[in-house]
Design a protein around this ligand. Structure first.
Ligand code: SAM
Length: 287
């Protein structure tokens, strides 16, 4: 008769138990459990697949269980791990910054496309948060000089850590400012921004993002107030023919274009994501 082996503490068994629990709150329960277990062990996910029968020590199990308990309150995986993949980087994130979203890569792609024929482009990233957009552009264009602005000193501290981590400090200047207020009057070839654009009345959306800084997400006037301020104030900071490029909600491109037109911009254009939603709008300033 074979000896019965208690596999309750094995990687495989702990993953199954944790992902069953996480089903209540996550569409990616098994993946979340894998990320959190790998993090608890200081390993990557491949290790979990290679050693499914390995048993965890008590302290490893305790670490994993406390992460799962916190995740069950809807606390984001990225804050539990302290990092989030964006573009080609694994960015440091803390609860002081918005967790960079995959959809923001559309803004980065569109920005890189616009500057592809410019030598040493000067770029301004308004509301840099973790530095996601500024660092992605700088990492692709070693000749680009990027100024990264945020009103939050804590967010800027995270962006600076990321710049150091990815060896990009020489290309970046950081300024703490309420949009343009403290930005010296210089001219940029391109201004990019993923500003707050969620309607404060959108209670469903707000529920999903309750652990992220609200000043990073919510804007008055149905989510349009920061987009409007940025469009109104950008043109003295743009070279002749320079572009302002904004990420916005899937239903905000018409309003964004109307604000561009009211403020005498030209060549307005919206870009759709892979689902066909207009998520980026840009325009140039020629006079
Ligand atoms: C939607 S988050 C974008 C963060 C990052 N760029 C990204 O795409 O992941 C908006 C950012 O704008 C910043 N912000 C909000 N109001 C601001 C203001 N008045 N002036 C400067 N930055 C502001 C927030 O602190 C936050 O970091």
């Amino acid at each position: 008769m074979g000896v019965e082996v208690d596999t309750n503490d094995s990687i495989q068994s702990l993953l199954k138990q944790a992902s069953d629990k996480l089903e209540q709150i996550s569409d990616s329960a098994y993946f979340d459990a894998e990320l959190l277990l790998a993090h608890s062990l200081g390993k990557n996910r491949t290790y979990l697949h290679t050693w499914p029968e390995k048993k965890l020590s008590l302290s490893e199990k305790n670490t994993f269980h406390s992460l799962i308990e916190k995740r069950l309150t809807d606390y984001p995986v990225a804050y539990l791990l302290g990092s989030k993949p964006f573009w080609t980087m694994d960015l440091i994130v803390t609860p002081d910054v918005l967790i960079p979203r995959p959809e923001t890569e559309l803004l980065v792609e569109t920005a890189l496309d616009k500057i592809q024929n410019m030598k040493s482009p000067r770029i301004l990233d308004l509301g840099t948060g973790s530095g996601a957009i500024a660092l992605a552009i700088a990492s692709e264009r070693s000749d680009a000089l990027v100024t990264a602005v945020d009103c939050s000193a804590k967010a800027l501290a995270v962006a600076k850590l990321n710049a150091t981590e990815f060896g990009l400090t020489q290309q970046l200047t950081f300024i703490q400012s309420d949009w343009f207020n403290k930005v010296p009057l210089t001219q940029f070839d391109l201004i990019v921004s993923n500003p707050p654009y969620i309607d404060p009345e959108d209670s469903h959306l707000r529920e999903n993002i309750r652990y992220e800084p609200q000043q990073a997400l919510v804007a008055d006037n149905h989510g349009m107030s920061d987009i409007e301020k940025i469009i109104q104030k950008s043109h003295p900071f743009l070279t002749k023919g320079g572009f302002l490029m904004l990420e916005h909600g899937f239903d905000q491109h018409d309003k964004t274009i109307a604000i561009f037109i009211d403020n005498n911009y030209q060549n307005e254009q919206s870009i759709a994501d892979l689902n066909g939603n207009w998520r980026v709008t840009l325009a140039s300033y020629n006079s």
